[in-house]
Design a protein around this ligand. Structure first.
Ligand SMILES: [Zn+2]
Length: 249
């Protein structure tokens, strides 16, 4: 497939009263995969889905929110991938193993919305697979009439998120009209479908860690653990690998 789709972009369109957000990741995904040693193809595909979804969520976030973290947990393989995305297009990820709770199958999706004023808003849903978990998040947590789809072309992952504005009912019509894009991955298909482009911004690798956040990690450790450390401690960011020397006093 020869696509005419740009990489590393978020695009916003509107058709009628439905907003369409398109996220496209490749290089940023490869950078995140490299930093997390995700060498298996299946892991890379999982990261692509998680990254495209989180970038789209961050692009439609409320103004007072600073960033969004979406953590996908695959019960079958006991692997998790968490992606953090900012409204300005920066994103980063980490992967880990986890111990699944009993009697749960499929994919657990935990979304944390970080806001400067309201603190953190956390929600958890479960689905049979990634698409099922995202659908559950849209209906149960966002309580929106919206649709989500992921399309892949080689190392590139493209996510399409369409959301009805309040009081509208044209989601199905808009979704049907943009379907040729899923197959062709040609941006012109949006215009042909009657979508108006609202804007486009770049996605880049970038972390949210700081000396202050590293300091806070040490400060929130249990007393015994803090006492076992020296007067200074090293904190390594699990997203970007950056090291911080912080005081433990
Ligand atoms: Zn970092």
């Amino acid at each position: 497939m020869v696509t005419k789709m740009k990489n590393e972009v978020i695009q916003r369109y509107i058709q009628g009263d439905t907003l369409v957000i398109v996220s496209s990741v490749r290089d940023v995904c490869e950078e995140m995969a490299e930093k997390q040693n995700l060498t298996l193809n299946g892991d890379y595909i999982a990261l692509g889905s998680a990254a495209a979804f989180t970038a789209a969520l961050a692009a439609e976030q409320k103004e007072d929110e600073t960033y969004i973290t979406a953590c996908f947990k695959w019960v079958g393989t006991k692997k998790l991938i968490a992606v953090t995305a900012f409204g300005d297009g920066r994103m980063c990820a980490y992967s880990d193993k986890f111990e699944p709770p009993k009697d749960v199958e499929g994919v657990i999706l935990e979304v944390t919305r970080h806001s400067d004023v309201g603190g953190e808003y956390h929600s958890v849903v479960i689905g049979r697979n990634v698409q099922g978990a995202v659908n559950a998040y849209i209906s149960e947590s966002m309580q929106r009439n919206a649709k989500w789809k992921v399309v892949r072309d080689g190392r590139m992952t493209v996510g399409i998120f369409a959301e009805e504005l309040p009081g509208s009912s044209d989601l199905r019509k808009v979704w049907d009209s943009v379907k040729p894009f899923f197959r062709l991955l040609d941006e012109k298909e949006f215009e042909k479908a009657g979508c108006e482009k609202l804007g486009e911004s770049e996605l880049t690798f970038g972390c949210h860690c700081s000396k202050r956040s590293a300091q806070r990690i040490i400060e929130t450790l249990p007393k015994e653990e803090r006492e076992s450390l020296g007067p200074t401690a090293e904190v390594v960011c699990k997203f970007c690998g950056r090291k911080y020397e912080v005081e433990n006093g």
